[in-house]
Design a protein around this ligand. Structure first.
Ligand SMILES: [Zn+2]
Length: 470
């Protein structure tokens, strides 16, 4: 073959290759949208089981249900991986009110709160004290022990509304939820109330994890979230000079660790069975809603990836695992356990993709990998264009797959549109009706497409992948 003939031959085979991938992606999206199973799985997980806090009966039901469903898919292996998890129980519904006035005329205004995960209870009678409002740890430090001692500290830092990536806004104030009690207790505070991490004005308090770090037991003060509407009310009352007191009562409790499981299914690779690719989400959720967005969506999308590969007749070269991680919300024990066992067994993980940002319209992925790998992955961008998937950036992947990080692995996070995520996150309105079927299915197809391409081309050969012209 002369050089021109060789060039034409290469050009034609490359074009056919690219067309082949475009057709495969088209079929994956079609299967997900017309014959998908993710929404039905989510329906069961949300409506038949419900909130799945680690260590709860519902978490165990979710383990059994998803294992049974994976077994129906005809995968090569399905198994449970033991992991000990913390068990924190909310107890009775919390009560709270703002009290203004003196003994002659006292006005009580009832407000919506919920205990933060990991918090201690108040006494049976509840806790009542004067309130000091701050918007940051710096403001708290400025007040000092003199003004904080014996008070309830009200952290009212709001998520920054002009950040388009709402996760950035979340990251900007999540530390007041996680470490607010720790910082306030060091200055002698008796309790902590935290503005819910929610960009919307509404009446739902949003829970989430908090930690006492190295505080001794007697310094562990009760900590709760207050709805954004009620946070504004409390702030206005304080600003009026009324010097209110705040009352709250919660009966949550921390128990000893209990046995739970990660749920794992695998399609064993046909050419490189010892190269592992993981796709996953977390099976546990908070207890207030049914955890449909966080992270029921990620769970069913990850299950759907393996189902869609099989349905589309794709036989992966590498071993592809779905991992439904336990205990992301208040411990990350499942993610750590999976990585620990993978290391122990010397399993070579080359790729992991997590969906834990809600079941909204997918926009793309963020990647935690080298610049060279990202440049290679970016060559697939045009294949995703018909599905309005355009976001391929370096960034955070996911909490559960984080412990797998090393120099060889590409970690990825599905990035759905994030504008409405924090309307529901960790609150009682995170329910099945908040998830749109098509949006969920588009996410599953987008994840499957990336897994398909990554399996086909591997991490080092990606640069050979041709691009389709727009
Ligand atoms: Zn989550």
């Amino acid at each position: 073959m002369n050089r021109i003939a060789a060039f034409i031959f290469t050009f034609l085979s490359i074009s056919l290759f690219a067309q082949d991938d475009a057709a495969t992606l088209k079929n994956i999206y079609k299967q997900s949208l017309t014959n998908g199973q993710s929404y039905d799985w989510l329906d069961y997980l949300s409506n038949e089981i419900g909130g799945r806090l680690s260590g709860s009966e519902n978490a165990q039901k979710a383990v059994e249900y998803t294992k049974a469903e994976l077994e129906k898919l005809g995968l090569d292996k399905v198994w449970l991986q033991e992991v000990m998890v913390p068990k924190w129980v909310r107890g009775e519904k919390e009560e709270a009110y703002i009290i203004v006035g003196n003994n002659d005329l006292k006005i009580k205004e009832s407000v919506n709160i919920c205990a933060l995960g990991g918090s201690t209870a108040t006494s049976d009678k509840g806790l009542q004290a004067k309130v000091v409002e701050v918007k940051s740890f710096e403001e708290l430090a400025e007040l000092g022990e003199e003004k904080v001692k014996g008070k309830i500290v009200f952290f009212n830092g709001a998520m920054q509304a002009d950040l388009i990536n709402t996760f950035e806004a979340y990251g900007g104030c999540s530390k007041q939820r996680y470490a607010g009690a720790y910082e306030a207790s060091k200055l002698g505070a008796v309790g902590v109330i935290v503005r819910s991490l929610n960009l919307r004005q509404d009446d739902f308090p949003h829970t989430g994890s908090m930690g006492y770090l190295d505080l001794p037991e007697d310094k562990r003060i009760p900590s709760a979230a207050i709805s954004t509407n009620d946070a504004n009310t409390l702030s206005e009352i304080i600003a009026s000079g009324a010097n209110p007191e705040f009352y709250f009562k919660q009966s949550c409790q921390q128990y000893d660790d209990v046995l739970s499981y990660n749920v794992i299914g695998e399609i064993t690779g046909s050419e490189f069975p010892n190269e592992f690719m993981v796709v996953g989400g977390h099976l546990d959720s908070w207890d207030l809603g049914d955890g449909s967005h966080d992270d029921g969506a990620g769970v069913v999308q990850s299950m759907e990836v393996l189902r869609l590969l099989k349905e589309s007749g794709i036989k992966p070269k590498r071993s592809i695992r779905v991992v439904l991680f336990m205990n992301e919300e208040n411990g990350l024990r499942g993610g750590r356990k999976y990585a620990e066992i993978a290391k122990e067994k010397g399993e070579n993980h080359i790729f992991a993709l997590e969906s834990d940002s809600g079941g909204f319209t997918p926009r793309g992925f963020s990647f935690d990998c080298s610049d060279a790998n990202l440049a290679q992955i970016e060559q697939w961008r045009s294949l995703f264009k018909p599905y309005l998937i355009h976001f391929f950036e370096k960034g955070y992947s996911g909490a559960d797959i984080g412990p797998l990080k090393n120099d060889n692995i590409v970690l990825a996070g599905l990035r759905p549109d994030s504008q409405r995520y924090f309307d529901y996150h960790h609150a009682s309105n995170d329910t099945f009706d908040a998830v749109n079927k098509r949006e969920l299915e588009l996410g599953a197809a987008t994840m499957t497409s990336l897994v398909y391409l990554f399996d086909k081309y591997g991490v080092n050969q990606i640069k050979n992948v041709p691009q389709i012209k727009d």
